[in-house]
Write a protein that binds this ligand. Structure first.
Ligand code: PHE
Length: 454
């Protein structure tokens, strides 16, 4: 299929915003602030930043090289660049499978966010703290409501993806990403202006090295992967729509910085408001669905309209962040079926939508109406989360790094990295060292630690 038929991103800004849209998601707005808060605030942020620089950026560039060089879906890209080796094609398949499973459980949380956006518009999530808690518990265990919202979210994603790379993905990202940034800044300003808010800012930005230990290091690494969408072939698929003259390292740096900036801003949105009302933000779904509605309500008790508006903006922000990420997960499978089965894009998108919706239904029921639906003592939802984030994703990034560092013709890697010699070779040497040694070693450490062998 020619590049004309496949489509590509039309502008540099489109490339950055679409790829940053994939990276910026619930991982930034929900998971990062909690992790930073519980792992020594700025100390965690500094370690996270080193992980992004040393591991994340080289990992991103590796996927970009494979995707841009091959201009094909992930499975074909690995196959093509390895000179037709089946083994490496498997890494492409692994990425497609990982992204589809993530879409299955991510859509459940995204569906909750969408439901909460409507509920906050109609004022349903305001009231006593116990009411807000009951509201979440009764909603999430309802036999069909959360299932419908999850499937609804997959369908919204579907309709953006079928519109194509430029008219669907690029256009949606150009609209949603600036909106997301504006919403975030408005909420950060409101949150930081509350009485006592500075204690929250200080907590997040004052490094407390007494918390630092090996497990924090590994948590920071894992968070960096998930947040950058690394190891799912997502970046590889998006890079197949990049232009030949796109600066791969420059784009990776810009996207990684934007992703980190948004994660820190999300912390500055949550912590000052929580500290202002004396609440310690905790983990898991309860943070955004139980704790924060209460925090907004109490923090703006003097002006309830402001609290009402902030809650709406907050859930809109979550929905936008989740949507630009689910679009990228959906696109990986859609591109694959379109090119491998020679189907029209809208038909292949339906295959992904049907498969992921089924998984989303299972995941939603497993944490709601159907207790015991799961594997290895975990609910299906937690199992999918564990399997992808802790096993498949690092495995994908590890294999990709070995592949690009040791198996792909290094002249090809250098030519892609430097755009045929038009970019500096110094950075290439540093990249090559990192992708050969640092990235695989660090991922190996995560694995060994996770299975208790370290
Ligand atoms: N990076 C996204 C987030 O932070 C999640 C994601 C993972 C998206 C893998 C695509 C692929 O929420």
């Amino acid at each position: 299929m020619s590049q004309q038929e496949r489509g590509n991103f039309a502008t540099k800004l489109g490339i950055i915003l679409a790829t940053a849209g994939s990276a910026v998601g619930l991982g930034n707005v929900w998971r990062f602030p909690y992790m930073a808060g519980h792992n020594g605030g700025a100390a965690f942020i500094m370690i996270y930043f080193v992980c992004i620089l040393m591991l994340g950026i080289p990992g991103m560039v590796s996927e970009f090289i494979i995707g841009r060089h091959s201009q094909a879906n992930a499975a074909r890209a690995y196959h093509h660049i390895s000179g037709g080796r089946r083994l490496w094609q498997m890494v492409g398949y692994l990425g497609i499978l990982t992204a589809s499973i993530i879409l299955g459980f991510y859509a459940v949380v995204a569906g909750w966010c969408l439901q909460y956006l409507f509920a906050s518009l109609t004022g349903q999530v305001s009231g006593e703290a116990s009411y807000v808690q009951d509201y979440f518990l009764s909603f999430s265990s309802h036999p069909w409501k959360p299932v419908l919202w999850a499937v609804g979210f997959v369908l919204i994603t579907h309709f953006v993806v079928v519109k194509g790379v430029q008219r669907g993905i690029e256009r949606a990202s150009k609209l949603l990403m600036p909106l997301l940034l504006v919403l975030l800044l408005v909420i950060v300003a409101a949150s930081c202006s509350l009485p006592g808010a500075m204690a929250g800012v200080e907590f997040l930005l004052r490094p407390d090295f007494s918390h630092v230990n090996s497990s924090i290091l590994l948590e920071a690494l894992g968070q960096a992967f998930f947040s950058l969408s690394l190891g799912t072939a997502c970046l590889c698929t998006y890079a197949s729509y990049f232009k030949r003259d796109t600066n791969l390292l420059g784009s990776a740096v810009q996207i990684a910085l934007l992703d980190t900036l948004i994660a820190i801003l999300a912390g500055l949105m949550i912590f000052p408001a929580a500290f202002s009302v004396g609440v310690e933000p905790d983990a898991g779904p309860s943070l955004i669905f139980i704790t924060l509605p209460n925090v907004f309500q109490q923090a703006f008790a003097a002006a309830p309209v402001v609290g009402y508006v902030i809650a709406i903006l907050f859930y809109a922000l979550l929905v936008f962040a989740a949507l630009t990420s689910t679009i990228s997960m959906h696109e990986i499978g859609t591109a694959f079926f379109t090119e491998e089965l020679h189907l029209p894009r809208r038909h292949s998108a339906w295959i992904v939508t049907a498969g992921c919706s089924l998984l989303a239904i299972g995941c939603s029921l497993s944490v709601g109406a159907v207790e015991g639906l799961g594997l290895f003592g975990l609910s299906l939802m937690d199992f999918c989360d564990y399997l992808t984030a802790q096993i498949m994703l690092p495995a994908g990034a590890f294999l990709t790094s070995l592949f690009v560092g040791w198996f792909v013709d290094q002249r090809l890697v250098r030519d892609e990295f430097t755009n045929n010699g038009t970019q500096s070779l110094h950075f290439f040497r540093a990249y090559q060292f990192s992708v050969r040694f640092i990235v695989p070693l660090c991922i190996l450490l995560i694995f060994l630690h996770q299975f208790g062998w370290l």
